[in-house]
Ligand binder design. Structure first.
Ligand code: NI
Length: 215
């Protein structure tokens, strides 16, 4: 659980930025992307991450203006991204003005359990990360670029600049392997020829007398 508002706000800033970056990459057409007709579309999950801020926070005494219904799904990606920014800003403002560190210890009822407010804030972050993961899968299916969140994404790994860096790191190893392979082969051929020569020389020497005698 979070024990200080400041530590939560710092975590939330990173998490909210990550969500916002994904939402900004959505297109109107991609909102209908789905795995099966039985599962939530990309648009439904995206809008759920917006509404979930208020839905989850409404278990506490915090008050702020933000969407609190995750259905129906808006038709434009821009509206979803803008709404997320507004909901996140209003939530942060409410925390800064209505709570103090001590409030994080107060217990509330949540999903049939008594938990401290500080744990609910942790749940909010984990819940959002869970849905962000679902979104990135659907974004790939929709052909959209995916940005890295806790490390570089596939696209960022294959970025020409990054790829060049990776190649530069591998080049010396590959180059030396190649040289050693060639040198190794030449040495092997040389030793083979030398052995052949020695063999014939030794045989000739041993049988020289025998040949002379035989003649
Ligand atoms: Ni959810």
């Amino acid at each position: 659980m979070f024990q200080s508002l400041d530590s939560f706000l710092r975590s939330w800033e990173y998490e909210a930025n990550a969500t916002q970056r994904l939402l900004k990459n959505l297109t109107d057409g991609s909102l209908k992307q789905e795995i099966t007709s039985q599962n939530w579309t990309l648009g439904r999950i995206a809008w759920h991450t917006v509404a979930a801020i208020h839905i989850i926070a409404s278990n506490t005494n915090l008050t702020f203006e933000a969407p609190s219904e995750d259905w129906p799904v808006p038709t434009t990606a821009q509206f979803i991204a803008d709404s997320y920014q507004q909901a996140s800003d209003a939530f942060v403002q409410a925390l800064k003005t209505q709570w103090i560190d001590k409030t994080l210890e107060e217990r509330i009822d949540f999903l049939g359990q008594k938990i401290p407010n500080g744990s609910l804030l942790m749940f909010l972050i984990q819940h959002q990360a869970h849905h962000r993961g679902q979104m990135t899968v659907l974004m790939r299916q929709a052909g959209l670029p995916v940005l890295g969140i806790y490390g570089p994404s596939k696209e960022e790994h294959s970025h020409p600049k990054k790829q060049k860096n990776l190649l530069e790191r591998r080049e010396p190893v590959g180059f030396f392997c190649y040289i050693y392979l060639i040198k190794g082969w030449k040495l092997y051929s040389f030793l083979g020829s030398l052995l052949k020569y020695l063999k014939s020389y030794v045989l000739n020497y041993i049988f020289a007398d025998f040949k002379t005698t035989a003649r």
